[in-house]
Ligand binder design. Structure first.
Ligand code: C2E
Ligand code: MG
Ligand code: MG
Ligand code: MG
Length: 281
């Protein structure tokens, strides 16, 4: 192995890198053999109206309770799952699990579920979503699929066709992490998105970077003129909330109101915040 190189030979792998590589390998193996239903959980982060504070729904976020490592972040395991093909069964499980839970929430609370570009590539995604809706009994209008623009970059024609079929069935489509990709404006012409999610990197700086504020303002304005809802991601401070309110942003999610919570805490949030006008901070 490279780290056993003798004197004078360049060490390609620093010791820490080697640890990362072996961690990754073992996560890969653990993911392949994991019993999803016992190790994975759907957590839910509330999404609220900026103006009224009314609860609109939740974004489902996957959690891996690893038997020996504890909680592993999706930032770590989703890319591994995508590269090893495991994302298909994980993603299918998530669609079923999140729809099943959402079906028990009062109408019209929504659930937003992240879908990987790899799931689009694998084929059969439409059927997976239809199955999840049918088995759960969730109305398609209460499901929002979150995609990133790489879905459209990947295989424009096939993926756009699939997105259109989902829209025809009533499912809503959101463009996640908006503003971080390449040529976002082009996609808005190609597909009638229902929602733009303003990336956290802009929201975070909305108070101290005039550029970030200008970008957030432009995205909200664009959404308003195209009839597309806007959600600010990662709202952490009351000052950010005030600013978003002044800019007439539609919805928000963020630690200011609540982090993603385990499913047993969802009912409490619904009980406290559904249907009543309450200020979010
Ligand atoms: P995302 O879809 O953009 O989700 C938002 C992320 O921001 C979540 O991280 C959430 O916990 C975090 N977040 C929310 N509010 C705040 C805040 O106020 N401050 C900060 N610092 N962070 C906040 P999480 O749960 O770690 O997920 C990370 C990413 O992993 C997601 O980004 C999404 O791209 C991916 N992911 C999570 N669950 C799934 C899934 O079921 N399927 C797929 N394909 N990807 C998933
Ligand atoms: Mg998302
Ligand atoms: Mg996002
Ligand atoms: Mg993200």
């Amino acid at each position: 192995r490279a780290k056993r190189s003798s004197k004078g030979v360049v060490r390609f792998f620093e010791p820490e890198m080697d640890v990362q590589v072996s961690t990754r390998r073992s996560l890969e193996m653990d993911l392949r053999s994991a019993d999803i239903a016992s190790q994975f959980e759907a957590h839910f982060q509330p999404i609220l109206s900026v103006q009224s504070g009314i609860l609109c729904g939740f974004e489902a976020l996957m959690r891996w309770r690893h038997p020996s490592r504890g909680m592993v972040s999706p930032m770590e395991f989703i890319p591994i799952a995508e590269e090893t093909g495991q994302i298909d069964r994980l993603g299918r499980w998530m669609l079923h699990e999140a729809c099943r839970q959402a079906a028990s929430w009062p109408d019209p609370l929504m659930v937003a579920i992240n879908v990987s570009p790899v799931q689009f590539r694998s084929g059969g995604l439409l059927e997976v979503i239809e199955d999840a809706l049918r088995l759960s009994g969730l109305a398609p209008e209460r499901l929002e699929i979150e995609i990133t623009e790489s879905v459209i970059l990947d295989d424009s024609a096939a993926n756009l066709a699939l997105l259109r079929q989902l829209r025809e069935r009533g499912v809503r489509i959101a463009l996640d992490d908006f503003g971080t990709g390449y040529s976002s404006l082009h996609y808005l012409k190609q597909f009638p998105f229902n929602r733009l999610k303003i990336d956290r990197s802009f929201v975070r700086e909305i108070d101290n970077s005039p550029e970030s504020l200008a970008i957030v303002r432009a995205i909200i304005g664009l959404g308003a003129s195209l009839g597309i809802d806007t959600t600010a991601e990662g709202v952490e401070t009351a000052a950010q909330l005030e600013r978003l309110r002044a800019e007439q942003c539609g919805e928000l999610q963020g630690f200011l109101f609540s982090p993603p919570v385990a499913s047993e805490n969802v009912a409490g949030i619904i009980g406290a915040y559904f249907g009543e006008e309450k200020r979010v901070a």
